[in-house]
Design a protein around this ligand. Sequence first.
Ligand code: DGL
Length: 275
Amino acid sequence: MNTAPIGVFDSGYGGLTVLKELIKTLPEHDFIYLGDNARTPYGTRSFEVVYEYTLEAVKYLFSQNCPLVIIACNTASAKALRNIQQLDLPKVAPDRRVLGVIRPSVEAVSEITKTGHVGILGTVGTVTSESYPIELEKWSGGSVVATVQEACPMWVPIVENNEIGTEGAEYFIKRHILNILAKDSEMDTLVLGCTHYPLLIDTIRKYVPSHINIVEQGEITAGKLVEYLHRHPEMESRLSKNALLEFQTTESAVNFESKAALFMGEKVEAVHVRF
Ligand code: DGL
């Protein structure tokens, strides 16, 4: 069958939290999910390396006939997306599109916040890139006046090692939430700026006061993609719709399948790929 799926890329499993919402919102579309599990995590890697890896993955998804690629990973969106859109796409595939998760979150936050004070939780890579504060300043239309950030380097390993709900997890979650709350008492919106964090939501909620909105990216990214496809019927018409879903990983398929179930809430079948 000749398909033109939406490619969804992440450094590993985390992007499955985004994929899950994309499938719910666009159930007829075809998707290829690609996890670079062999080289994960990206959160602690340099700008150059994240850019190189992400570009390789995007080119690979183009070779799989994806007209549109969603970079579900915050770190890759923060460190690689702009270069890919501005420098690489015009050369390698001017008729294809690559979108990320930061811009949809920025648009959503701008609509939600009343005080204009926003907090961002993310990996070290996302936080040090300053992408969120820069994009919020640029695209919030003045509705965001202050952004504070907190890197939570232990949260991804907590999820990856299935330590969710343990005492250790609680310690690190409490610590980072209290840290970011102390940075701005007027904050009314807090972004979970990392693919893995929605899996920690129960513990996160225990420490975030109820007047603060917690923004999870899966639903937001899916909603903004629908809006994008409405605005770009030429892209929408190129995408195939057979409700096909393929999981690809640069690690072993068996490893992927065992952990992916945690994120997807059901068993999946994966194939190992190289690029
Ligand atoms: N997917 C990454 C992100 O959203 C987290 C995992 C990693 O560090 O690779 O930032």
